[in-house]
Ligand binder design. Structure first.
Ligand code: URA
Length: 236
């Protein structure tokens, strides 16, 4: 069993040229799906919630695909030969259990030839008030990520520390050539954290929306609530 424990460290701010895409700044159908996962009168319908997360993963995959390297191949049709450009990168989609599962499947629906990595990360609260916690990573199932394009998916990017820990755990499987951090709702704090803690020259961040703050329990506000519970039911 591997245990990585996140401890708070001092961060140094640096100016970054990392690309951060916030889809809520553009009018598109994506915002209707975000509306449905946020809306307290709609989000409790679990099947619909999971499907909306999956749909957002599909859109995110499509948008990320525009940034990949392509090659031209020839395809034989019944009538002739057609030239088609297809992605020329090996992709690994990595997900943090459990909330990330429907999002992972959405991304995988489009990158259907991708390899897959799963990491467990959970918050271990230090007291009953649920104000301070360590993040524990205990399980990794991953192919080699050496020289590959790594898509790190987590629907809720609250502090950024689970994402960073997941990335560091996956580095035991090689060094990726590019990293796409794909999230649905991020806090501004988490975006800033990722900019400081991921390699600037090869990381891109994709968020359906970026919310202004975290509450005392590090939940995103206005956010959606607990994504894992909404998708799969409350845990003990
Ligand atoms: N995880 C969630 O499910 N929701 C949040 O707001 C933050 C982390």
């Amino acid at each position: 069993m591997i245990t990585f424990v996140f401890r708070k460290k001092i961060d140094h701010y640096r100016i970054s040229s990392m690309k951060v895409t916030n889809f809520s700044e553009t009018n598109s159908l994506l915002n209707s799906f975000v509306r449905e996962i946020r809306d307290v009168t709609i989000q409790k319908e679990r099947f619909r919630f999971r499907r909306n997360i999956e749909r957002l993963g599909e859109i995110m995959a499509y948008e990320i695909s525009k940034e990949l390297r392509y090659k031209t191949i020839q395809v034989t049709t019944p009538l002739d030969v057609a030239e088609v450009s297809v992605p020329d990168e090996e992709i690994v989609i990595a997900t943090i259990l459990r909330a990330g599962l429907p999002y992972h499947h959405g991304v995988l629906n489009y990158f259907d030839g991708a390899e897959n990595a799963f990491v467990s990360a959970y918050r271990k609260y230090k007291e009953t008030g649920h104000k301070t916690f360590d993040i524990h990573i205990e399980y990794i199932a991953s192919p080699s990520i050496e020289g590959k394009t790594l898509i790190l998916t987590d629907p809720m990017l609250a502090t950024g520390s689970s994402m960073e820990l997941t990335y560091r755990a996956l580095l035991t499987k090689g060094t990726p050539s590019h990293i796409h951090i794909a999230t649905i709702i991020a806090s501004q704090q988490a975006i800033d954290y990722c900019i400081r803690n991921f390699p600037e020259e090869k990381t891109s961040i994709w968020a359906a929306a970026i919310d202004p703050e975290l509450n005392d329990s590090s939940y995103i506000v206005p956010g959606i609530g607990d994504a894992g519970d909404l998708a799969y039911g409350q845990k003990d």
